[in-house]
Design a protein around this ligand. Sequence first.
Ligand code: FES
Length: 322
Amino acid sequence: MSQSGENLTVRVQAVRWEADSVFSYELRRPDGAPLPPFTAGAHIDLHLGNGFVRSYSLCGDQDEPHRYVVAVNRDANSRGGSSWIHDHLHVGRLLEISPPLNNFALAEDAERSLLIAGGVGITPILSMVRRLSALGRDWTLHLAARTRGQAAFLDELTRLAGDRPDRVRLHVDDENDGELLDLEAVLAEVDDATHVYCCGPLPMLDTFEKAAAGVPAERRHVEYFAAKDAPATEGGFQVELTRSGKTLAVPQGATILDTLLGAGVDVSYSCTEGVCGTCETRVISGVPDHRDLVLTDQEKESNEIMMICCSGSKSARLVLEL
Ligand code: FES
């Protein structure tokens, strides 16, 4: 995981239609200077004009330093994120964004990569396909969409597949009597030299985690856009902050983040659901109750870092570097 630098201001250079209810947004610095570098699988936070902060994967090419591209699907249940973007983020508008953060890194030296995307989950996978193609690596993509019209970036993916069009395998539910992509069958072709990646809606990720359970963790990569579990709001413990010198009681019904914000502590956060990694905090002592979908099992077991937006404490006291 990596993130560096302060937020920056970008201008919307172009908006493009990519699929039914999906637009892509090309973002550039107003002065045309290069943006902070990113690697395939990274995301940025968009600070929206309505006060919301939303994370979106970068789907452009990591070798293009002057622009970021994100794609946004208008969520039918949007509470002000995707609908605000579709309605207000027009060409020329200035926008504050975070530098890139990557919780879904590509193993560039893998002999083979099997990529699975559902719907707009194609966005981080597209940047991976670009990178693997640039490196001349062996990759196969299974893209699932409810309808053909919802399959974003199909032309670009076909172009990237070059003279091996069979590398892009599209599954359209509506054209298969509503049947979903059979992930068991897809994963049956995985061998010891293959890394597997999945990004899509929660039910797809659940199915993937079960079907890929036999693939060692270091070759299995998943990106969540939304939380699977409820945040830890049991409370009943204290957090001691080494930088500010404060000690706060986390009450029942509140997360650590809620408690810190309520006490006026300045902390970085974005998704508040344990999926973006923005609130990562160093743990000096104590045992966190990890609830996020960002840290690896190994990182969780080390108890050296935690996501304070959703994780709680198994010990009576947590000492945090804040
Ligand atoms: S704010 Fe996104 S993981 Fe905590």
